[in-house]
Design a protein around this ligand. Structure first.
Ligand SMILES: Cc1ncc(COP(=O)(O)O)c(C=O)c1O
Length: 400
């Protein structure tokens, strides 16, 4: 691995985390045999117990324990799931490079907590971007440096890479640079050359690439940055099962990075954060068949996006442009007034009327940098997409 000589992981991990002696939980040691080590309920899940009373009123309890062993704590490391993550991202060297979190949102928080000293350090974000990075920074009393994306011309929603490198390399307090690719709300896959330039720039912190929507990227636009994990120690790639796998309810985030960094994350996480139910579903979803299904579903959503939603939106009155490069399962649409100017008023009116009176909820993004007049519309089922277009058409026809 060509370690940029400027990167030393010990410099970005907080001193208290470097020194941390992690909690060793019972299931770290043994998970087979007669397990009387973790104060679980040996009878099994109580709600499934059948309780019988004998003639003297004494009760006896029997429980049919199903395959899921829900009375046992889960595997703290989720090893079965990590093994399958390697099938999804074969360029990732080993299970030691995989971290599992309670959704990506937990991983975002953990990364800030293990690297940034409250009241002293900072993160760098590139607006418009996912809102949780700065919320987590605020919760942890960590500064936020903003270097906006390019918002005009051919490179719309790409990194202003010179400015990012300039800021990141000139301020030692910036421990993390957050990139989002494809971006939320931009829907735009970042140029690989820019990401590599940043990784090789001499910046001494960690570059995090949030790829929540990566499975919706058209192959000709690029591929997952997960391959960079085998090349650079200063990159961390985040994915999630909430989007392409359709499993937002199980809360399963995937982090890919150097084994050293993954170890620090493991040391800091709650021991049994991932439930048995979530791990079981994730394990199924990451089987060969599960991954195949995910790819088909993602392709179908992309077809709805490209062949129905985008052309239909373009044909509506007051639609100025579809912004960004549409590499995700949503579309950003800019609404304009009669003279062609981006109109937050029209976007907001449409958004509110649809949500409050038509039972159709999209996201208003007009307040974000470079997103004036924009609504973000998630690609739905064919029926849902038709409903959104019909409703918008009726409402926009009534606009002056
Ligand atoms: C860019 C981005 N990252 C992370 C998340 C959160 O993912 P998870 O459901 O895994 O917490 C979202 C959710 O909308 C997102 O848009």
């Amino acid at each position: 691995m060509p370690a940029p000589s400027s990167f030393d992981i010990k410099r970005i991990i907080r001193p208290n985390i470097l020194k941390l002696e992690p909690y060793r939980c019972a299931r770290d040691d043994y998970n087979e045999g007669i397990l009387l080590d973790a104060n679980e309920n040996s009878y099994g899940p109580a709600h499934q117990a059948s309780i019988t009373q004998d003639l003297n009123g004494a009760s006896s309890i029997s429980v049919q324990i199903d395959g899921q062993q829900l009375h046992r704590y889960p595997d703290p490391m989720g090893r079965r799931v990590k093994q399958r993550v390697l099938q999804l991202r074969p360029s990732v060297p080993s299970m030691d490079n995989v971290f599992l979190g309670v959704g990506s949102d937990e991983i975002i928080d953990l990364l800030v907590r293990i690297t940034c000293q409250p009241g002293r350090d900072a993160i760098l974000v590139t607006p418009p971007t996912y809102g949780m990075y700065k919320v987590v920074a605020a919760i942890n009393d960590v500064g936020v440096v903003k270097v906006p994306l390019v918002v005009e011309g051919e490179r719309t929603f790409q990194l202003d890479v010179d400015a990012v490198i300039e800021r990141a390399t000139s301020d030692d307090a910036i421990k993390l640079v957050w990139l989002c690719s494809p971006g939320n709300p931009t829907g735009t896959h970042l140029d690989e050359a820019d990401v590599r330039r940043l990784l090789e720039s001499g910046y001494r912190g960690l570059v995090v690439i949030d790829e929540a929507y990566v499975d919706f990227v058209r192959p000709e636009r690029g591929e997952s940055f997960a391959k960079l994990v085998a090349e650079y120690p200063n990159v961390f790639v985040m994915q999630t099962m909430s989007k392409s796998f359709g499993l937002a309810g199980i809360r399963m985030g995937i982090g890919l990075g150097s084994a050293e960094l993954v170890q620090f994350l493991n040391n800091a996480k709650a021991p049994y954060s991932l439930s048995t139910l979530a791990l079981d579903v994730a394990h199924d979803a990451l089987s060969d068949q599960g991954i195949g299904n995910m790819r088909q579903v993602a392709a179908s959503l992309c077809a709805q996006r490209d062949e129905f939603l985008i052309p239909q939106l373009r044909a509506l009155p007051h639609v100025g442009e579809i912004v960004g490069s549409n590499d995700a399962n949503f579309v950003m649409c800019r609404f304009v007034d009669g003279s062609g100017r981006a109109s937050n008023e029209i976007a907001k009116r449409l958004y509110t009327e649809m949500a409050e009176n038509r039972g159709l909820v999209v996201r208003y993004r007009g307040g974000d940098h470079g997103c004036e007049g924009c609504l973000r519309i998630t690609v739905g089922t064919p029926d849902e997409n038709r409903a959104v277009i019909d409703t918008m058409r009726a409402l926009l026809n009534a606009e002056p």
